[in-house]
Design a protein around this ligand. Structure first.
Ligand code: GLC
Ligand code: MG
Length: 583
């Protein structure tokens, strides 16, 4: 069967109106800065090295922050830069109010904030409330039962089995694999670590701990940060009495050391998590109210159900997170238009009145979007995350289409990869998506002037780099910049949303706002060309003609051209942003 025929068949099915309800109203009223923003995530070891040690640092970031500005992003979120033994590359904090010397000094941090201010960009700190490093003074004193630190962590007595042997308090497994309990002889108790053994879980039922965290937030807000991205928030509490968790029969995992082996009903999504986030929110709101009335934003990370994700927004009377991260597009949606429209609908339909959407396809914990989907889909994915209604989040390198880098077992750094061993590290390691940013075609992609880098540079840097793409009119980075400038329009910021699919692979949406040019975004997720596509059959009131605004790098149509919405051709992997009249 030829393609036009398949499409024609699909149209008959669709014109029966089964997609008529995928419409959401626009937004009325004023939007705050973070709602209009794209947040650009910098992995601080991998952005730009200034001193030749092969690891990026604050000076390198400051001197190249103009890159973020040039893209049109409003804020840079930095993964942790606090003092840390770097067992989990900064997500193991040994002092919440100091900068790690690998990254620089507090004065260099002040210089970064000053530079950001000049550029009109906000700096967002990562913040880790679930655990500290085992090198933190709090933990060292907690081991010794020195007050007030005695109960700063989750400690429990051993169980003793029938033969008199010492056993952990429960069967819990850590996210990185292996038991979640570690025995400390000196204290005669086990401590809980939901992640690496070097990351003991803080006891957030202890108010003193919450107060410590709140005062650390004040410390960074006093230094001028624009908000926080809060780490692993659904791991903050565990069920009282540490009951054993049941087997996860759905996961297909048979290794009792693998996190997927158990169903984490007692260690995740405890209802007390939301309350802590509400306290953090009250603190950032208070800071704004007492200073310049500029919102300090709270973004929260929880891999959880849609129902739980929405709870982080807070309740009718008490606000919580501004932005519980939306991880629905980070799932492997494949090339199916329905998967995309279902994911977007799931988020939009569950969004509470007080909520606000956000869209992202990658971060430092997931393989590169270009690799998970396809390098050819890079522009289309950027169209989706920047033109759906809501805040956009971009992981460094997505603007140039960076791909996963192959990292050998010997080169592996990530504890999650190391714990999996030489045969399985590639299934678990997050190193492939954390490699140095590709600036130009000089040695080490212009990332360092030294002679090595902490993770290997992707050999594709020779062609795939910022400089090369900036010199080309049609390139991922220039498309990305155009998308961010389209986001400035009322249509992109506040317009309504209608989503339609045609056949298995065409994902399409419109945005309309009264008296403004509308937007029609088309993405052919498939590997086949689509011909004679008639969008009139799925969208109401679509004008016959549309103007091409932004295309994928390989598109044959060019910006400014007029196309017939009754008879469109879409290349495999092609994304198009079209302008439509508002009538
Ligand atoms: C979050 C971070 C991840 C880190 C973990 C433990 O999931 O994004 O990188 O390893 O928390 O802090
Ligand atoms: Mg360095």
């Amino acid at each position: 069967m030829s393609w036009p025929l398949t499409v024609a068949f699909a149209l008959v099915v669709l014109s029966t109106g089964c997609h008529g309800d995928m419409d959401w109203p626009g937004f009325e009223g004023e939007l705050d800065w973070w709602q209009k923003a794209v947040f650009y995530q910098i992995y601080p070891r991998s952005f730009k090295d200034s001193d030749g040690d092969g690891i990026s640092d604050l000076k390198g970031i400051t001197n190249n922050l103009v890159h973020v500005y040039n893209l049109g992003a409003a804020a840079a979120w930095l993964s942790p830069i606090y003092k840390s033994p770097m067992k989990d590359f900064g997500y193991d904090i040994s002092n919440y109010e100091e900068i790690d010397p690998i990254f620089g000094t507090i004065d260099e941090f002040k210089a970064l904030v000053a530079r950001a201010k000049e550029l009109g960009i906000k700096i967002i700190m990562d913040f880790v409330p679930n655990h500290s490093s085992d090198q933190h003074e709090w933990f060292q004193k907690s081991i010794k039962r020195e007050d007030p630190y005695t109960n700063y962590y989750v400690w429990a007595d051993p169980k003793i089995d029938a033969d008199g042997n010492r056993k952990p308090p429960s069967n819990w497994i850590s996210v990185f694999g292996g038991p979640a309990w570690e025995f400390v002889e000196e204290r005669g108790q086990y401590y809980l670590h939901q992640f690496d053994p070097s990351q003991p879980d803080l006891n957030l039922t202890n108010d003193l701990v919450v107060e410590e965290l709140l005062s650390a937030m004040d410390f960074w807000m006093d230094l001028g940060v624009g908000g926080f991205r809060v780490d692993a928030v659904n791991h903050m509490f565990e069920a009282d009495g540490f009951p054993d968790e049941p087997r996860n029969n759905q996961s297909g995992v048979n290794d009792p050391n693998d996190y997927g082996y158990l169903d984490h009903i007692y260690t995740k999504d405890d209802p007390r998590c939301y309350g802590v986030i509400e306290r953090f929110r009250a603190r950032v709101d208070a800071f704004a109210a007492e200073s310049d009335n500029v919102t300090r934003v709270l973004m929260t990370e929880a891999y959880t159900s849609i129902e739980n994700a929405m709870k982080y927004f807070g309740n009718e009377t008490v606000p919580g997170s501004h932005m519980p991260f939306n991880f629905l597009l980070i799932n492997n949606l494949g090339r199916w238009a329905k998967n995309f429209s279902d994911a977007v609908s799931l988020w939009m339909d569950n969004l509470p009145e007080r909520g606000w959407a956000n869209w992202l396809v990658g971060n430092h914990d997931q393989h590169r979007a270009a690799t998970r989907y396809a390098p050819e889909l890079v522009d289309a994915l950027n169209m989706i995350i920047t033109l759906l209604p809501g805040t956009g989040v971009t992981y460094y390198g997505e603007e140039i289409g960076m791909e996963n880098t192959f990292v050998t077992w010997q080169e592996t750094q990530d504890p999650q990869g190391c714990n999996a061993g030489p045969d399985h590290y590639q299934e678990k390691s997050r190193d492939p998506e954390r490699t140095p940013f590709q600036w130009n075609d000089e040695p080490f992609a212009g990332f360092t002037s030294g002679n090595s880098t902490w993770l290997p540079v992707n050999p594709n840097y020779v062609k795939l780099n910022v400089k090369a793409q900036e010199l080309e009119t049609v390139s991922h980075i220039n498309i990305y910049k155009q998308l961010l400038s389209v986001r400035e329009t009322p249509t992109a910021q506040k317009g309504d949303l209608s989503i339609r699919t045609i056949g298995d692979h065409l994902f399409a949406f419109t945005r309309n706002y009264p008296d403004e040019e509308g937007l029609l975004v088309l993405v052919n997720l498939g590997l086949e060309e689509m011909n004679n596509v008639n969008l009139q059959t799925v969208f109401d009131k679509l004008p016959e003609e549309a103007t091409v605004k932004i295309t994928s790098i390989f598109s044959k149509v060019i910006a400014g051209e007029t196309v017939d919405t009754k008879d469109m051709t879409l290349l495999p992997n092609e994304g198009l942003v079209l302008g439509i009249s508002s009538e």
